[in-house]
Design a protein around this ligand. Sequence first.
Ligand code: SAM
Length: 289
Amino acid sequence: MINVCDIQVMKPLLAAHGFHFSKAKGQNFLIAPWVPESIAVESGVTADVGVLEIGPGIGPLTQQLSRKAGKVCAVEVDERLKPILDITLEGCSNVELLWGDVLKQDIPALVKEKLPGLRPMACANLPYYITSPILTALLEAECFEAVTVMVQKEVAQRIAAQPGSADYSAFTVFCQYYAQPELLFDVPAHCFLPQPKVTSAVITLRVRKERPWEIADTGIFFRVVRSSFAMRRKKLSNGLASGFPELGKAEAEEILTACGLPENVRGETLGIPEFARIANEICRRRESR
Ligand code: SAM
């Protein structure tokens, strides 16, 4: 198999096809073979797994996943990579390439059609300019056992953050609602061509089979979460009153008291069980009106 991470191999291959990196498409290709090897190992992909890969580039991770998985379905937006992938993935008979924008795909339907009978997992060195929309789509698809991705290190820390920490955000709660994150390892900028300005990290999100909270209305739950972080430095009662104008400040305070929370609590210190209690209390009051 051609070693696409070897810069002596990669550069002439790209030049032969007149390929230039597109910054707009988030193209930073891996040039350190240990990285795709480690991602494939740590992702837990085995022969009974079907992998959805996003953005194969010239195929370093695709090659490694192909060795371990039952099948790899790789979605790439840049069709200029087609003739190069024809060479680098030669012999990888369990890889199917799909051309297009991953954000325009119906992911559950794609997984059902392309990876039948296999345990679905997602794996990628993500294009960083659309990290959040891709992760949102992968988690909301609710069809993967695990999602293992390389992202900017700050994003990985945000996904795995604990309540009360500076990195804790509405996106943390969103990710941890769907999955249990584990930070795996850092990847320095010199492992890519061209080098990004940031350090990267690989994180795995083990998707929850069951969620250990009773949430009456997930729409209200995520509205509570967004309201709680919209005014980070302010008391949660202010955030709630602003996110739910129909409540008003006094009722927002009553709701917190009913949930056993101090009147001056800040949203950034709360975990999912507390956000769930608040959301359920709002729902209960709406229903009894
Ligand atoms: N997997 C390769 C590697 O590790 O060297 C390339 C990773 S590069 C960071 C991101 C890849 O995602 C590029 O190949 C880029 O063309 C592709 N990409 C960017 N936007 C995309 C989109 N909306 N849908 C699918 N692929 C996309």
